[in-house]
Design a protein around this ligand. Structure first.
Ligand code: NAP
Length: 168
């Protein structure tokens, strides 16, 4: 099973403010939906509960990681470690599991070296008051293998680039 991270960051690596995404870029939401639909998605409890999701994303197996033994969310699988989350996906016959955030879970996955691929959209805006960040990638380990940039438009207020990183 391949393990991928999917995230969107600002020019200064911000991924969240006050528990939420600090921008609305529908093209990136569609990209996220297209990549993850039909797959197991793994997220931290805060992203689920505070990040405006709060209900399982449809047509995906939603796995939530928490240390709270009595925490539950309807329609989601709740686990207590990243390893457990990956085992659920693997046992479910998954080909590509997606780690969808937030900062703590991205850091954990990169530290544990379980990630094969990173889909990291760059939103071309600076967010001065960010409080959640995407980890700086070690360029000795990760190389950019795809880059597709699109200009801002009526629908998407900032230019954005779909980037992919794989291990060298
Ligand atoms: N831009 C993007 O692509 C993107 C994507 C996702 C999220 N976000 C943003 O990221 C922010 C949330 O990130 P965050 O770092 O605050 O929270 P998070 O990573 O979503 O969740 C953290 C929680 O995960 C659980 N957890 C962490 N490590 C664990 C471990 N080793 N074992 C078991 N459980 C563990 C804990 O839950 P308990 O406290 O319940 O124990 C912890 O509080 C929000 O602003 C959200 O909007 C952005």
């Amino acid at each position: 099973m391949k393990v991928s991270i999917i995230a969107a960051e600002s020019l200064n690596n911000v991924i969240g403010v006050d528990g939420e995404l600090p921008w609305k870029v529908p093209a990136d939401m569609r990209y996220f939906m297209k990549k993850t639909t039909g797959h197991h998605i793994i997220m931290g409890r805060k992203t689920y509960e505070e990040g405006g999701i709060n209900k399982p994303l449809p047509r995906r197996v939603n796995i939530i990681v928490t240390r709270q033994k009595d925490w539950a969310a309807g329609g989601c699988i709740v686990v207590h470690s990243l390893e457990e989350a990956l085992k659920v996906a693997e046992d479910g016959g998954e080909q590509e599991a997606f780690i969808i955030g937030g900062e703590e879970i991205y850091r954990l996955a990169l530290k544990k070296d379980v990630v094969d691929k990173i889909y990291l959209t760059q939103i071309e805006v600076r967010i001065p008051d960010g409080d959640a960040f995407f980890p700086v990638l070690d360029r000795d380990i990760w190389e950019r293998t795809a880059y597709h940039r699109y200009p801002s438009s009526d629908e998407n207020p900032y230019a954005y680039a779909f980037r992919e990183y794989e291990k060298k």
